[in-house]
Design a protein around this ligand. Structure first.
Ligand code: NAD
Ligand code: IPM
Ligand code: MN
Length: 347
């Protein structure tokens, strides 16, 4: 029987609670495919216990899988032992960089039955194509004269022609499959060097896609439109940091961060892609069994779609749609939502 080798990093906080439900949904959705799951104990709790963030051996072992499912990593931001984003940078970003996850795909689709916080949401169905391996995330910075009145802290945003072009190409190819519109979001009125590079590459790739219309928004204005008229968006292409911020907002307007899924893609497949909810470990609700597992379950659907099992991915989406259709506004626990989705998958 065909196998799907899955590495699972449940992580911290609500990560284990939501990935448990995502794994149940995957098992229920796959037929004629053996899901071989390997669990990796990684995250803030594991680091505090063992001192390991992620070893080279663990990285090599993760690389042997077809895909990675990640819950969320990161502990209490007030814990001095976790200062400096030691887990976020040392684990999550390390994986994204090591496995060359240069496309961070973050779709938002408002289900008709889900209450958006917007008064007039209209049709919300867009995808943010967030660059995943460059920008200010690369760690190219430093502090000078630290602790003095003349301290200088630099965080350099790295934008390469190679890195920008490959993510822009991905965005245009995606738009060809959708409503054929690409919006570049940047801040080229201030960040002129990077902004000019992004715009020039978008213009040149656009010339190869005459059927795709293109526009540009400054990132501040893009936040207005995401709230005022989100229906104007189809595919948004943007850098790593703007994409991070826009996709939490996108999650909120799309019915809640508990529904927002993402994929860190290595489109060439030379390393496993990694799928995770947009949200974090939510320490404020962790351990109470009330996190919405839908974002993790939809991330599992993305995983299946990008790992050669689109029908199984679609089955999960249909089960999530059915679950949302049946919502009556009552509060449900994480496992009640998981149960309902698994029940409709196995019905
Ligand atoms: P967060 O996304 O964890 O939480 C923000 C708010 O959204 C909280 O009120 C939380 O309760 C709520 N929320 C999040 N997911 C939810 C769900 N599934 N159901 C219901 N409510 C949900 O963001 P934060 O508080 O800024 O970060 C907490 C920790 O997670 C930090 O350590 C941060 O670095 C880390 N983080 C990790 C990832 C990741 O691993 N991919 C992503 C973002 C943040
Ligand atoms: C996300 C998170 C991460 C990011 C953090 C935890 C490093 O916010 O996946 O959106 O900024 O990419
Ligand atoms: Mn984020």
């Amino acid at each position: 029987m065909e196998q799907l080798r899955l590495a699972v990093i449940a992580g911290d906080g609500i990560g284990p609670e939501v990935t448990l439900q995502a794994r149940r949904a995957m098992r229920a959705a796959l037929s004629d495919v053996e899901l071989v799951e390997t669990e990796y104990e990684l995250g803030a709790a594991h680091y505090l216990e063992t001192g390991e963030i992620v070893s080279d051996e663990t990285l090599a072992s993760l690389a042997q899988h077809d895909a990675i499912l990640l819950g969320a990593v990161g502990g209490d931001p007030a814990d001095p032992r976790l200062a400096g984003g030691i887990i976020e940078r040392g684990l999550l970003l390390r994986l994204r960089f090591a496995f060359d996850h240069h496309v961070n795909l973050r779709p938002t689709k408002l289900h008709p039955k889900v209450a958006s916080p917007l008064r007039e949401p209209g049709e919300i169905d867009f995808v943010v194509v967030r660059e995943g391996t460059e920008g200010p995330y690369v760690g190219n910075g430093g502090a000078l004269r630290k602790g003095t009145a003349h301290e200088v802290a630099n965080e350099t945003s790295v934008n390469t022609a190679f890195g920008v072009e490959r993510v822009v190409r991905f965005a245009f190819e995606l738009a060809e499959q959708r409503r054929k519109h690409v919006t570049l979001v940047h801040k080229k009125n201030v960040l002129v060097h990077a902004g000019e590079l992004w715009q020039r590459i978008v213009d040149s790739v656009a010339a190869e896609h005459p059927g795709v219309s293109v526009d540009y928004l400054h990132v501040d204005a893009a936040t207005i439109f995401l709230v005022d008229r989100p229906s104007r968006f189809d595919v948004i292409v943007t850098d790593n940091l703007f994409g991070d911020i826009l996709t939490d907002l996108a999650g909120a307007v799309g019915g809640g961060i508990g529904l927002a899924a993402s994929g860190n893609l290595n489109p060439a497949g030379d390393f496993p892609s990694m799928f995770e909810p947009v949200h974090g470990s939510a320490p404020d609700i962790a351990g109470r069994g009330i996190a919405d597992p839908t974002a993790a379950i939809l991330s599992a659907a993305l995983l299946l779609e990008h790992s050669g099992h689109p029908e199984a991915g679609k089955r999960i989406r249909d089960a999530v749609d059915a679950d949302i259709d049946a919502r009556d506004g009552a509060n449900r626990t994480t496992s009640q939502i998981g149960d309902a989705i698994v029940a409709s998958l196995t019905a």
